[in-house]
Design a protein around this ligand. Structure first.
Ligand code: PNS
Length: 181
């Protein structure tokens, strides 16, 4: 097989276990996989692009053929700029198919040389999406097993900034005793 560079584009707000599962599968298939975070996909994202890039870098440290990058504008242009000939996308269920088909065919119309490859994440992640994970977390529900631990902690810190401080020994302000006159 030819050595193929692929890009895995998305919003990753936040990265989920489903994304990571796909990145791990993709890293075995391609010579290099560029995980590409779209800038400005959502006007009120939970995480900044810098935070998403940072989380993805930490989560993929164990894989040596993964590059994490941000892009804006047309995905096919970004793919060309990194020498990618493939786009990797995940399909969780039939409901994903229509949107993915439309996108893949539009991208092919713009750049016929770019192939889209669909992969299935592990079945246990077939219902996991960033949007639902955000919604559950925002209402105080559990997201353990749906996102990596570091993402869960980052989400909790976003939702409730006091979260980070809990569990640490409390610093009780001391009041100096007044000296007797
Ligand atoms: O994780 P998402 O939000 O489903 O990812 C969608 C993404 C980023 C792959 C798609 O919106 C995209 O490629 N946007 C870049 C602009 C572009 O090229 N649009 C034409 C796609 S047909």
């Amino acid at each position: 097989m030819n050595k193929v560079i692929a890009i895995y584009p998305g919003s990753f707000d936040p990265p989920t276990n489903g994304h990571l599962d796909l990145i791990e599968r993709g890293s075995k298939m391609f010579e290099e996989l560029v995980v590409a975070v779209l800038r400005n996909s959502d006007k009120s994202p939970m995480f900044t692009v810098a935070e998403r890039l940072d989380m993805l870098r930490q989560l993929t440290r164990h894989l040596d053929n993964i590059r994490i990058a941000a892009f804006e504008g047309l995905m096919v242009e970004f793919a060309k700029s990194v020498g990618a000939s493939c786009v990797l996308r995940g399909i969780r269920a039939v409901s994903d198919y229509e949107y993915e088909l439309q996108m893949a065919l539009m991208n092919r119309k713009i750049e016929p040389a770019l192939e889209t490859v669909f992969m299935l994440p592990a079945a246990r992640y077939s219902f996991v999406s960033s949007r639902l994970v955000r919604e559950v977390a925002q209402h105080g529900g559990p997201v353990t097993d749906l996102v990596p631990e570091l993402v869960e902690q980052a989400m909790l810190a976003k939702i409730d900034p006091a979260h980070k401080l809990r569990g640490r020994p409390q610093v009780v302000p001391t009041t100096k005793k007044k000296r007797k006159a």
